[in-house]
Structures are given as C-alpha cells and as structure tokens.
Design a protein around this ligand. Sequence first.
Ligand code: NAG
Ligand code: NAG
Length: 507
Amino acid sequence: MRAAGPSPLVPSLFVCVLGLVIFSSALENLWETISSFVIGEEIIQGFVGQDFSDRDSITLILNMLYPLLVSAVFRINSHVSSEMEVKLYYCLVGVLYLFTVARFSYASRSHFSGSWKNAEVRKHLNRLNKHAIQTIESPDGDIIDCVQISHQPAFDHPFLKNHTIQMKPSYYPYLINDEKIKVSTMTKTLKDVSSSRQEVISQLWHSNGKCAKGTIPIRRTKKEDILRASSVKRYGKKKSFSSVALPSSIDPDHIDPNGHQHAIAYTKGQFYGAKATTNVWNPNIQQSNEFSLSQIWILGGSFASDLNSIEAGWQVSPDLYGDNNTRLFTYWTSDAYQATGCYNLLCSGFIQINNEIAMGGSISPISQFHGSQYDITILIWKDPGDGNWWMQFGNGKVLGYWPSTLFSYLRESASLIEWGGEVVNTASDGQHTTTQMGSGQFPQEGFSKASYFRNIEIVDDSNNLRDPKDMNTFTEQPNCYDIQTGNNGNWGNHFYYGGPGRNQNCQ
Ligand SMILES: *[C@@H]1O[C@H](CO)[C@@H](O)[C@H](O)[C@H]1NC(C)=O
Ligand SMILES: *[C@@H]1O[C@H](CO)[C@@H](O)[C@H](O)[C@H]1NC(C)=O
C-alpha cells in the first residue's frame, strides 16, 4: 500500500476528459476546439482584460500549458501503481502527444491559422446574431431577424448589463418652426405633389413581412460579411477618423492621407441635437473598398484620439454590405474610430426600440434623376431628462438611443455639427475615383437632379429646434464634389451637394 498523499487520480482524470473532448473532433479542428472550449476568448480576455485573440497570444498560452502537461506526466509516472492508473497514464501521454503535434503544426502551418480564423468568425457571428423569434427574407438577399428587444446586442456591453430600457424619450425638442413647417408642408403638397413623396419611403424587406411588437428587426450578419473586413475586429468599424471632415477653419494645414473627400455644411457652438431632410440616391461606387454616404455628424471633443461622434444617414458600401444598395445607417464612436463604436447594431451601444426599421436595411424607393424625389428626415437629440441621444426617422418613428454613458464629451453636449456627403477616393489607377457623391450631379443642377439637405436645424440648450446661427461649408476639391447653400421659406436652411468624382477638372 502506498502512503496516503495527494492522489494523481483526480488531475489525470481531468486531463483524460480534456483529452477525450479534444479527440472527439477531427484533428484539424483541434485548435478550433481548444480555443472555443478550453481557452475561450472570453476567459483569456477576463485574465488580461483586453482582446486576446491573435496568433501570438495562442502560442503564448500553449507555451504555458505545455510545461504543465509535461510535469504532470512525469509526476504521475513515479506514482503509477494500479492497472487503472496505468491506463490513465497512457491517456495522458496521448494528450501530451496531441498537444505536441498541434503545438508545432500551429506554429508552422497556415492551415491552422485558417481554422482559428474560422472559429473567430463563428464566435463573432454568434455574438452578433441573436436568437430570432421570426425571420424575414428581404428581396435584396438580406435576412432580417426579429429579436426580442431585451436580447439585442447592446446588452452585451458590460456597462449596460443592468440598463433599464427606455421605451420612449422623456422630452422631444420643441418645434420653434412648427408653424412654418406645417404651412410649408401644405404648400409643398400642392406644389410638389408629383415630385416629393417622403411619406411612402420604407425599407425593402417590408414587402415580405414585419416584426411583432416587443421585437426589433436586426439585419443578420453573414460569414461573408465578416470575411470581407480587414479583420474580425475591424468588421463594422470605420477605418479612420478622416471619416469626419476637418474644415480648414479648424485646421488649415490638414491634409487627409486616406483619400476621404467631403462636401459638407457645418456649424460650431454648443448643441444638443440636429435635424435635416435629405433625398436618397444610389451613387455609383467604382470599387468595393470605396463608399459613398450622406449623413449628419454630431461631434464632441477635439480632432484627436478622443473624438466623440454620432452619425446617421444613408450609404452605399459594398465592403460592408456586399452589394451596391442604398442603406440606412448609424455610427458612433467615443475614441475617434479606434476601439469603440461601429455601424448600426454591429457592436454593443445603440439601443433600438423600434420594430419597423432595420439599421443597415436597404431604403426603397430611391430618387430618380429628373423624376420622383424621395427623402428621409433624421432628427438626433439629447434628451434633457435621461441624457441619452435619441434618433427619430421620418415622421415620428423613434428608432432608439445611444446611452450617454457611451461617451465622454457627448455626455455634456456637442461642439460641432456637420451635414453632407463623404466618399472614399482610393485613386487606385492613379486617377481620381469615379465614385459619385449624392446623385453624382454637381449642386448647380438643382432640384430633382442634385442631392440636397433641407430644413437643416440644430437643437439649442433650451431644447429648441432652430436654424443654425452661422453655417459654413467645406469641401476638399470642389472640382470633384461641391456644395451650394441656400435659404428660403419652405426649405429653410438647405444646400445642394455632390458630384461625379473624376471628370475633366478632377483627375
Ligand atoms: C448590476 O447589478 C448587480 C446586482 O444588483 C451588481 O452587483 C452589479 O455591480 C451591477 N453591475 C453594473 C455594471 O452596474
Ligand atoms: C457594384 O457596382 C460596381 C460598379 O459600379 C460593380 O463593379 C460591382 O460588381 C457591384 N457590386 C455588386 C456586389 O453588385
């Protein structure tokens, strides 16, 4: 009989079970399995408090596990007595062998890196795509999941675990210009009855069903969507903070190295929201890593690494969506597009309460050149009651809100509002891109040809919607994309903007 002491039975049993789990999957899925079950990303993240999912980290973990296993094998070797323990011992040696093979394969074969990426992609898909009560297939190929409101991705955010959903804002901005707008809508319906029909605008997927009350429609992320991104981590994020136009009045020496081009109107001050109506187009995109968008920017902080931004509008972005459709989008960041924030619901942040509108869903119909014009109205405001930033789409559809706790500067107020267009010019063939902004027409073309923003307003510190005091414009290359402002009764503060990109005067 051996003297009583710590029995090796328990640890070796444990290792054996581990070994069986590993064995049960095919050898080539070994690392996928280990990464998912044994050293899950979340556990690793818990240890080191940050994203820990690249190759080097895994190699590090393996290096840590390896000596542990080796020493266990040797320890048990000196204690083996019963037949049972001999079997356990061989099992352990088997596991050690597998670890050794996998350890070296992992380091030397890209095959394993591929399967690691697969595991990463699958895990990210699991995070983003929540359990659907109902699923609707859109004619454009999108799958819309109707997800219970309390199961949306926002609540994965550690800060939002205990968050109580606000089902409606406590205050709306006061409509100073309400009278004027009512009158103008009436005159407009008389005058532009055939050319402006904002009421009927909706999303393509509506033709195949709708989401029940208590759920929200979420555009399902597909594996291909993530694989088009530069990395799993960057999926759904803008590439750089050149995504905000930096007017020369703010930094005269600024040259954007990333080829982002803008045609915008902006106003500086202390703001609590912004509103505008813009007609929706389907600009051509020359190549898939470029995009064209039209949006409102609500900005706080300096143009450094601490920039806070809330954005909403329409965009065409083949890389993000896999097609050339015009889609409704939102964006937010609290650190200049680095680690925080994303498009739509592609990360935790925005809390949606509306069951009709899918973020990232295709907009339909689209304005026609010299034909019917369709426009969308976006209002974003900071609720003086709960402090959250709310978004309203169209006439009274409250989509949801960004909790103020996501932000630093925007917890207080915004310091800069921008309205307008942005495109990426990769100049891939050494020439300016032919990617269009707005309708692809210059502002001089005017109504039913050029794209516009009308009834541009800001929310002031008394929660009133009013005209911006002074609005300036900015564009990097007016020969490529330009902007022209105006002011009249029906349209209030407005501008036409856009352009074709490459042309005789823009090479
Ligand atoms: C959430 O609530 C639990 C229990 O009330 C509490 O222990 C925890 O600290 C809270 N978490 C946050 C992030 O507020
Ligand atoms: C998008 O449009 C471009 C040309 O404008 C075309 O080359 C590309 O194939 C289109 N992409 C998709 C996914 O339809």
